[in-house]
Design a protein around this ligand. Structure first.
Ligand SMILES: NC(=O)c1ccc[n+]([C@@H]2O[C@H](COP(=O)([O-])OP(=O)(O)OC[C@H]3O[C@@H](n4cnc5c(N)ncnc54)[C@H](O)[C@@H]3O)[C@@H](O)[C@H]2O)c1
Ligand SMILES: O=C(O)C(=O)C[C@@H](O)[C@H](O)[C@H](O)COP(=O)(O)O
Ligand SMILES: [Zn+2]
Length: 356
């Protein structure tokens, strides 16, 4: 059982972390409004909706089940949710509760940010990826067919409730995808945590509860600190994007279906790390450690083959372009990274070819 606080200038909020915490939802999510829209999907609802509804018996609850899949993190589904809220007479003092993975959470957050210019928002993340990353920090968005998260807003939740037991029902693929973002924190911020991940790779793969609670708490703590220092990504927060310029290109180019977000981030992290090695920012031995850890955790360490023109097209639409120049997040060691803007395309293209 643990609690991490996200300390912001305007308002702070808690992240409650523990095994079995779903049964404490009512107790932990203090201040939950009477009118609640739960956004979830059929997969998650089949496991976890009943216990949540049971606790909210004295609230006016509406449930919106969006279809399951990254391709539904879309403006079309967003509009359907808005239609439902309006049809059911929801007003400004309602709350939106996201029950699901990062797809549900990102879309629900964008609904909360924009319905009547903003209503209360609670995150109950049920995937590892959502527990260590997407439920924290207030990035909300939907995808556009030509790029990831191109339509969205910064909008912080009131609180996050993490039940680590939910992770036991995840498929192997979805579980491992979350580990990619966990490894990210070790690479960009915390060498000791990276070493701990190397030492506990087997327990993590086996979903050992103690190992999971430590990994989730440490990840949330790092993310909370980074977000507190730079809520709107003017500086250090950009480091949380390690591997994402390449990963987002992979997701979009494969129509948001073939690769999970975490898989794209894993392959993208290898590309970014190789780019850092080739441009003499990262030692060959640190590159090998990053590659070996992702590989040991069962994550993809090779990206898909696609023409350079296609990589460039997607990368140029991602959010790391400034003054027409691509910015890359590159590790400079285990535990540190930097934003780099002056790498020539030839070098990037050659590294991508080597890593795909
Ligand atoms: N906002 C942010 O800061 C941020 C950070 C990282 C990722 N993201 C976004 O998050 C999304 C990826 O999130 P994800 O990996 O959670 O994917 P996801 O939401 O698609 O969930 C993966 C799969 O797991 C299922 N699932 C969820 N909880 C389950 C459970 N407890 N048991 C069994 N099945 C369960 C889902 O139905 C889905 O099929 C991407 O859209 C990515 O862009 C956002
Ligand atoms: O919270 C952040 O900041 C992140 O960058 C976390 C990422 O893991 C996440 O995938 C995020 O949605 C990517 O942001 P984007 O601005 O590149 O869409
Ligand atoms: Zn991510």
């Amino acid at each position: 059982m643990a609690q991490v606080t996200v300390e912001l200038d305007e308002r702070s909020y808690p992240i409650h972390i523990g095994a079995g915490f779903l049964t404490l939802l009512k107790q932990k999510l203090t201040g939950l409004r009477h009118q609640v829209l739960i956004i979830t999907n059929p997969t998650v609802a089949s496991f976890y909706l009943a216990p949540v509804l049971e606790q909210l018996a004295d609230h006016q609850v509406e449930v919106f089940e969006m279809p399951d899949g990254e391709q539904y993190k879309s403006l079309a589904v967003y509009t359907e949710v808005m239609d439902r809220l309006i049809a059911r007479g929801f007003n400004r003092d309602c709350a939106i509760l996201a029950l699901g993975g990062g797809v549900v959470g990102d879309l629900a957050g964008f609904v909360a940010a924009t319905f009547q210019r903003g209503v209360d928002f609670f995150q109950v993340p049920t995937t590892l990826l959502a527990q260590v990353d997407s439920s924290v920090g207030g990035k909300t968005a939907v995808n556009h067919p030509r790029g990831k998260n191109l339509i969205g807003a910064f909008y912080q939740p009131q609180a996050v409730l993490i039940d680590t037991e939910c992770l036991q029902t995840l498929t192997e693929r979805d579980y491992l995808s979350g580990l990619a973002e966990v490894v990210k924190y070790g690479i960009i911020y915390d060498a000791a945590f990276f070493q701990w991940l190397e030492d506990h790779a087997t327990e993590l793969k086996q979903r050992n509860t103690h190992a999971l609670i430590h990994a989730i708490e440490r990840s949330c703590d790092i993310k909370a600190k980074v977000v507190a220092a730079d809520e709107r990504e003017a500086g250090i927060r950009a480091l949380l994007n390690l591997g994402h310029t390449f990963g987002h290109a992979i997701e979009a180019a494969t129509n948001y279906g073939e690769w999970t977000h975490g898989e794209g981030v894993a392959a993208g992290t290898v590309i970014a790390s190789k780019l850092a090695e080739v441009t003499q920012r990262l030692s060959a031995s640190d590159f090998r450690r990053i590659y070996a850890l992702l590989d040991a955790l069962g994550l993809p360490v090779k990206g898909p083959q696609m023409p350079w023109s296609q990589w460039l097209d997607y990368m140029q639409r991602d959010k790391k372009v400034k003054d027409g120049k691509l910015h890359f997040i590159l590790p400079t060691g285990i535990g540190s990274a930097e934003v780099v803007k002056d790498i020539d395309s030839k070098t990037v293209a050659a590294v991508i070819t080597e890593c795909c």
